[in-house]
Design a protein around this ligand. Structure first.
Ligand SMILES: Cc1cc2nc3c(=O)[nH]c(=O)nc-3n(C[C@H](O)[C@H](O)[C@H](O)COP(=O)(O)OP(=O)(O)OC[C@H]3O[C@@H](n4cnc5c(N)ncnc54)[C@H](O)[C@@H]3O)c2cc1C
Length: 457
């Protein structure tokens, strides 16, 4: 058997390694149009900010490592430009030599990821305006920022990557402005949580412009001018454009594969596209969200890596392993704060007309009498009929990661707020309280559900 994989980072590299572990004898070729495979895209902002000091730490595996350790033929600088589904081959181009050739397959896996959105604004191609997706983008931003310590960076978009970039450029000594078109940063969370993050960002000396849309860019002798829709503008040495991504579906569309409602590649529960010999995974696919039962995109490394393994299993064993869908569990560090989110925030439940109640609780990260306890804010959404947990968001200085993971596990298993009241957690004063913040959220939600008190939102 001969398996081809398009895309050699999160999903693609996972599939390749798992295929080899499942079968020692098959031929596996992984195409990557960039110069690097299996690198840590999630670490890129921290390398720019000098938190990760050594560039080579970003590379989890190399093309040579894939060959030596897994006998996988990882072809970097090689772009797959089309798929011939009838005769089952792809056309690949070596971007260094210009050589174009055909490569046949028995099964093909698409993991081409998502591309940063670059709207056609006036001046968008000016030097000094960057998007961040891969290692070459990182090298360019780092070189540009290193020559401009004390200069001004404008980060457009207050999502996870935008906030990470803002913090890391601030860390490099740049003055930073974040520009966000919406009325809050971090779209996946509800306003009360975002408000805490916004206050924290401003307390660090970062300027935050909400409800502000960029209309274009100009250059003068001092640097860049970023123009806003309301006629105002700001100066920048460096601009990071971080306004979102869109699934890379070019190959799939040209090959006539079915595209879903959200304009990502359609797959079935086995991650098989509309062509049974082609599987797809990662940022490029859409999948039914288990909370709202509608197809949604997920742009997260965890789901992409896990889908990579499922694809390989289904290819080798026949379709045996169903993917259950992502609940979009995510976490981000914003200066001293951590923000975690999982499931559906209230604003999305409202949008999809899903009845729900909201409860917001403030608890200490560990026993208040033990030093350095910090306040943690937890907001959960749940069904008004049976208390099924639909979503959770947590922010605080300490211990956010373990709480959001517990809440995500309950949501993923279809649990309720009653489960939160019963969770038996590990407790000693440095780590928690005898009633953990997750238990507290459950107690308050239970009171609310049983009508023991009324809340004002
Ligand atoms: C800066 C940054 C920080 C992030 N931080 C986090 C984080 O902290 N947590 C988190 O969960 N997620 C994070 N993500 C998102 C996460 O990296 C992605 O969700 C994940 O990498 C998606 O995996 P994928 O395999 O679908 O795509 P990718 O990992 O993007 O891999 C796709 C690869 O396919 C290649 N390719 C595309 N088309 C072709 C073609 N025709 N021929 C050959 N090769 C092709 C591309 O060059 C690319 O390298 C971050 C992303 C970025 C950019």
């Amino acid at each position: 058997m001969k398996y081809l994989i398009v895309g050699g980072v999160a999903g693609g590299a996972s599939t390749a390694a798992r295929l080899r572990r499942m079968d020692e004898h098959v031929e596996i070729i992984m195409f990557e149009k960039g110069a690097y495979v299996s690198y840590a895209n999630c670490g890129l902002p921290y390398y720019i900010g000098d938190v990760i000091k050594e560039r080579n730490k970003l590379f989890v595996q190399t093309a040579m490592g894939f060959k030596e350790r897994f006998n996988i033929d990882a072809r970097t600088n090689t772009e797959v430009s089309s798929i011939n589904r009838v005769n089952k081959f792809v056309i690949a181009k070596n971007l260094l030599t210009g050589e174009v050739y055909e490569e046949s397959y028995d099964k093909l896996v698409l993991s081409p990821g998502a591309e940063p959105i670059r709207p056609p604004l006036p001046g968008i191609e000016l030097p000094g305006i960057f998007t961040l997706r891969n290692v070459p983008d990182t090298d360019k931003i780092k070189a540009f920022a290193n020559n401009r310590a004390g200069g001004k960076a404008v980060v457009i978009g207050g999502g996870f990557i935008g906030l990470e970039m803002a913090e890391n450029l601030h860390q490099l000594g740049m003055r930073v402005t974040i520009v966000e078109m919406a009325n809050q940063v971090m779209a996946p969370v509800d306003f009360p949580i975002a408000a805490i993050v916004q206050q924290h960002i401003r307390s660090k000396g970062v300027e935050l412009l909400l409800n502000t849309a960029v209309s274009g860019f100009e250059q003068n002798e001092d640097g860049l001018i970023v123009n806003f829709n309301d006629g105002s503008n700001t100066y920048a040495d460096l601009v990071i454009l971080s306004i979102g991504v869109k699934p890379d579906t070019k190959l799939a569309i040209n090959a006539g594969l079915e595209i879903g409602k959200s304009k990502a590649i359609w797959v079935n529960e086995y991650l098989q596209t509309s062509d049974p010999d082609i599987y797809a995974e990662g940022d490029a696919i859409e999948f039914e969200n288990p909370i709202i039962n509608r197809p949604l995109n997920t742009y997260l490394a965890g789901p992409a890596n896990k889908q990579g393994r499922i694809c390989a299993d289904n290819i080798v064993l026949g379709n045996k392993h169903s993917y259950k869908g992502a609940i979009n569990t995510a976490i981000v560090k914003v200066f001293d704060l951590t923000v975690g989110t999982t499931g559906m925030a209230s604003k999305f439940l409202k949008h999809f007309d899903i009845p729900h109640l909201v409860s917001t609780t403030k608890s200490a990260s560990h026993a208040g009498y033990y030093p350095n306890a910090n306040q943690m804010t937890m907001q959960i959404t749940f069904s008004p009929t049976d208390g099924k947990l639909l979503g959770a968001q947590v922010t605080g200085i300490d211990g956010v990661d373990k709480r959001i993971d517990v809440l995500a596990t309950i949501i993923q298993k279809g649990g309720t707020i009653y489960d939160l009241t019963e969770i038996e957690h590990a407790y000693a004063p440095p780590y928690s309280s005898a009633k953990d913040p997750v238990n507290m959220a459950g107690f308050v939600a239970e009171n609310l559900l049983h009508g023991l008190f009324k809340v004002s939102y």
